[in-house]
Design a binder for this molecule. Structure first.
Ligand SMILES: Cc1ncc(COP(=O)(O)O)c(C=O)c1O
Length: 374
């Protein structure tokens, strides 16, 4: 049987990985500044993570959500403390799209409204409501298109106000820093304005932290820099360091009821053990501080690249924007220097999304390679 061919692939076959390095079947070592799309948060095969996941699967890997699972409770407690979002409640699922899908459903249940407001250049996933809130008509199937979404320029509060005051919108969904779109971030005044407008119009504010959450920006969640309180926060990628797990944090003003949301696999024992290990390592190794420190070092190094148009993003969610398409440059970094980086919707932008354990010496390797190729 053939695989359904939806991914253009690099001709590289990773078979093992350790911290910020990935090794192919011939033993070639690649520096991973992409983290498998912002997923690797505490480093590949971190010993504490390997131990926690291995020991858990040997005990009990899965049972359905019809029994007590103390690991879910432990995860909610630890996550609440480390993220400073203790007052929220946690619903666990399996991916970023599913987290946003559930966030949008909650908003519609809570407000009894059905339109969504999203921003141009957004990416929220590929499930039914999440994909329609994604600004990319190519991935929206006719079956999804019934969902009504208004797209507004990122930063345009006036248009947001015009739409929300019609009282038909259940949720505003936003990425504090747009990931796939190309690392744009708006101003504190904008995010606080969104919060105010949502409150005034009984609209839920959903912060999509699927890519920017779990410490990647140096804050636990990227929105925290702007001192806002979203109604729902969605998470995934860095949450399991590669183990599929997602979730939403739900403000206590939204009441739970049996059957409102549900999932077979979400919050299983193995996923909880993986995410708990991630949180412990982030805390013990002070990885949010490291994200800030290495980010500053990276940004300083950018001064040496005269061809660079701008550096975007925050923490270890960074974009290097040139005034030419970077596809060839990325290939050269992979094949000539064995360094993985990411791309974005903006064809001129290289994305840097390493593990939060990355060190200055790895950044030096990247800039040496970049200088040579430019
Ligand atoms: C901001 C954001 N939201 C949602 C998603 C979808 O996550 P998943 O691919 O786990 O469904 C992504 C994936 O790139 C993302 O970057």
């Amino acid at each position: 049987m053939n695989l359904f061919n939806v991914y253009p692939l690099f001709d590289i076959t990773p078979v093992t990985a350790k911290d910020v390095y990935v090794f192919d079947e011939k033993g070639t070592k690649y520096l991973d500044l992409y983290g498998g799309h912002a997923v690797i948060s505490i480093g590949h095969a971190h010993p504490e993570y390997v131990k926690a996941v291995s020991e858990q699967v040997a005990k009990i890997g899965f049972y359905s959500n019809s029994i007590q699972n103390p690991l879910q409770v432990e995860l909610a407690e630890k996550l609440g403390k480390l993220s400073n979002c203790d007052e929220y409640e946690l619903f666990l699922c399996n991916s970023g799209a599913e987290a946003n899908e559930n966030a949008l459903k909650i908003a519609s249940f809570h407000t009894h409204k059905k339109k969504v407001l999203a921003f141009k250049n957004s990416f929220h996933g590929r499930t039914s409501a999440a994909v329609v809130a994604t600004d990319n008509p190519k991935i929206i199937a006719p079956i999804n298109a019934q969902q009504e979404v208004n797209f507004v320029d990122f930063g345009d509060l006036e248009s947001v106000e015009k739409i929300l005051t019609q009282n038909k919108t259940c949720a505003v969904i936003f990425e504090t820093i747009q990931g796939v779109g190309g690392l744009d971030e708006s101003t504190t005044a904008f995010y606080q304005g969104l919060e105010k407008l949502c409150k005034a119009t009984n609209t839920l504010l959903i912060a999509d932290e699927v890519q920017s959450g779990f410490g990647r920006t140096g804050d636990f969640f990227a929105f925290q820099k702007h001192k806002i309180t979203p109604d729902v926060i969605s998470m995934a990628k860095g949450m399991g360091n590669g183990f599929p797990i997602g979730g939403i944090l739900i403000h206590p003003k939204i009441k739970a009821s049996f059957g409102l949301l549900g999932t077979t696999f979400g919050g299983n024992h193995l996923a909880c053990a993986a995410s708990l290990a991630v949180l412990k390592v982030i805390e013990n190794e002070k990885l949010m501080n490291n994200a800030k420190e290495i980010s500053n070092y990276f940004i300083k190094n950018c001064d040496s690249i005269s061809q660079l148009k701008s550096v975007k993003g925050r923490g270890l969610m960074l974009g290097l924007e040139f005034d030419f398409p970077i596809a060839e440059l990325r290939k050269k970094l992979i094949y000539n220097h064995h360094i993985f980086t990411g791309s974005a919707n903006n064809p001129n932008l290289i994305r840097i999304l390493p593990s939060l354990t990355v060190k200055k010496e790895h950044i030096d390797l990247f800039f040496d390679a970049l200088q040579q190729e430019l």
